[in-house]
Design a protein around this ligand. Sequence first.
Ligand code: P6P
Length: 335
Amino acid sequence: MTAKNLTRPIITMIQHVTEAQREFPGASGDLSWILSGIELATRIIQSYVRRAGIGNVLGTLDGTNVQGEVVQKLDVVANETIMRCLGYREIVGIMLSEEDDEPNVVKSPGAGGKYIVLFDPLDGSSNIDVNVSIGTIFSVLRCCEGVPEAKGPMPHILQCGTEQVAAGYVVYGSSTVMVYTTGDGVHLFTLDPSIGTFVLQQENVRMPEKGRTYSVNEAYFATFPVGVQKYLSWAKTKEAGGYGLRYIGSLVADFHRTLLKGGVFLYPPTAKNPEGKLRLLYEANPLAMIAEQAGGVATDFRGRILEKRPEALHERTPLLIGSAGEVARVMKFVS
Ligand code: P6P
């Protein structure tokens, strides 16, 4: 009897991560346990996002967060959801959220806390009330060996992006899509709402080498570095061959398009944000790991994002990320 001609298999994210971990002899499965916590949290968050207008989670709470930004109720829900889904997983030692001034040390490395999860629980939250795509971004580091307990959490958190053991994001768009890497390619899953599970859509996603799309907020053109102004002016010329501008104003959505379609996303230094606006630890680093794993490039207009030595929890960085060929073209104007 011949094998039935099977249609495409249904592979869930947890199944995919678990099978990937089998490739690494001696892998404890800890990482898949953390990623399953993140996956659970993002399924809960999306349930709130999908009924934001109904479930009394729109609008803002009094006060602002550590970024000085007005806190949207959904930010709080997302932050608390991730804390609850991860905080009780015994191998999670430290959590750092964009929403909180200080890290949350749930178990010190000496007491068995093995991993650090850094995240922006709901990026682009200013777009919530107008129904524009928003997202969750996460980065996973391993706690450093041999750091005296007295040093506290900072030496474990302030590691270069090259030390990430996993990174990813979820974009709550026309569908809910999860993209992650553990350093062995970039894999894309779509949430099937009928079964409430992320299902594999594409393994080893590759970012197109080129792309005539630039994504930048040109309202700040006047205070961009001259080289960036020159690139943007060149891109509008007939000689450039027809560039398009796409800017959603939601990092995860703008990056996701760049990952799939190519081009570049730029958030250069501006007068308002001389060091750029985006956060190194839980925005630029995870997206840079994804970009590089997919064949793209991520820089701060000077050097490689992943090699930046962080000095503060919520430090900002300029960001130029996207197709290798297009980033190189921008850098020719900049340098
Ligand atoms: P601007 C959203 O507030 C965010 O943090 C990112 O998601 C987005 O890429 C950026 O800020 C947009 O900033 O200055 O263009 O409004």
